[in-house]
Design a protein around this ligand. Structure first.
Ligand code: SAM
Ligand code: DTB
Ligand code: SF4
Length: 326
């Protein structure tokens, strides 16, 4: 479905701001219509995260519990062994996830890490799961090697607008992020790229982030919209919580700007009322992180998520195939 050129529209900042300014009902009605035109509106894709290398990261991302710049209580660990990762991937598959996302707290992977990661990715792929990894910045060769190993998606977020970026991260530039995105695309992998709402950014920053994503040479096939999980010890520990309706608006605008992309209601669901999540699904979110932990922070229990989906009549993507196979 992705890459349908007829659907391409090069949005302007004014147009995106105008979407945000619509009355809530008008915005949601429009977003839901776009959603229904391109997806089964009652299906949600489930991705399970695994922090394969936790903590001790050299970057200073102001939101992140894993940055070595802040005292957050997260203990640094070494890259997990392949067998441990494969056990987690098997469990994720058995619980109903279709994609396994491996996160590493690196600025960029070192050569030794690359070898090990490629073996891990090949192993996860062989289990019949879609594979995703987020390992920091990549060179062309590294992107090629990951693709070769069987990596389907690479996650690399722009996080916020280019204008606001310097207030959140000083150890790398927006352009470096864009460069990695382009290496990932050129290597033939699907892109998972989104951002965080609730870091003190202005409404224009939110609009600019979504605009940048939508106007990439190809919109990312997967767009994670995270709501900041405030972490004690980080500079954003006391950030003012984003208004629920503004968060839902961001999901709706992402859906309208990127009609064929999966929009993931990502971090932050643990602190989100189920009614707010339901409105996010109506607004066009059709993917979640599924499993009791994100990378280090809590996520709703898998049982609670299965119950929520069932109450809303939403089916996990791929569940019909499983039912037929059983
Ligand atoms: N180190 C790699 C990188 O930065 O690309 C990969 C891991 S990093 C933890 C992946 C993403 O998680 C970040 O880009 C950010 O969007 C999200 N994230 C991290 N901490 C978060 C928090 N406290 N709240 C919401 N999202 C968060
Ligand atoms: C994304 O956009 N969100 C995920 C994933 N990509 C790697 C990570 C969320 C992390 C939340 C904080 C934590 O668990 O440490
Ligand atoms: Fe490191 Fe990624 Fe956290 Fe930034 S977001 S500190 S790069 S793990």
């Amino acid at each position: 479905m992705a890459g349908n050129t007829e659907l391409r529209h090069h949005w302007t900042l004014d147009e995106v701001c105008a979407l945000f300014a619509l009355p809530f009902n008008d915005l949601l009605f429009r977003a839901h219509g776009v959603h229904r035109a391109h997806f089964d509106a009652n299906e949600v894709q489930l991705s399970t995260l695994c922090s394969v290398k936790t903590g001790g990261c050299a970057e200073d991302c102001a939101y992140c519990p894993q940055s070595a710049h802040y005292e957050t209580g997260v203990k640094a660990a070494k890259l997990m062994e392949k067998d441990e990762v494969l056990a987690a991937a098997r469990a994720a598959k058995a619980a109903g996830a279709t994609r396994f996302c491996m996160g590493a707290a690196w600025r960029s992977p070192k050569e030794r890490d690359m070898e090990k990661m490629c073996g891990i990715i090949a192993g996860v792929k062989a289990l019949g799961l879609e594979t995703c990894a987020t390992l920091g910045m990549l060179t062309k060769d590294q992107a090629g090697a990951l693709r070769q190993a069987g990596l389907d998606y690479y996650n690399h977020n722009l996080d916020t607008s280019e204008e606001f970026y310097g207030r959140i991260i000083t150890t790398r530039s927006y352009q470096e992020r864009l460069d990695t995105l382009s290496e990932v695309r050129e290597a033939g992998m699907q892109l998972c790229c989104g951002g965080i709402i609730g870091m003190g950014e202005s409404p224009e920053d939110r609009a600019a982030l979504l605009l940048t994503l939508a106007n990439l040479p190809e919109p990312p096939q997967s767009v994670p919209i995270n709501r900041l999980v405030p972490i004690a010890g980080t500079p954003l520990a006391q950030a003012e919580a984003v208004d629920d309706f503004d968060f839902i608006r961001s999901i709706a605008v992402a859906r309208i700007l990127m009609p064929t992309s999966y929009v993931r209601l990502s971090a932050g669901r643990e602190a989100m009322h189920e009614a707010v999540q339901a409105l996010c699904f109506f607004a066009g979110a059709n993917s979640i992180f599924y499993g009791d932990t994100l990378l280090t922070a809590a996520n709703p229990e898998a049982d609670a998520d299965r119950a929520l989906l069932a109450r809303l009549g939403l089916r996990p993507e791929g569940s019909e195939k499983l039912a037929h196979a059983a």
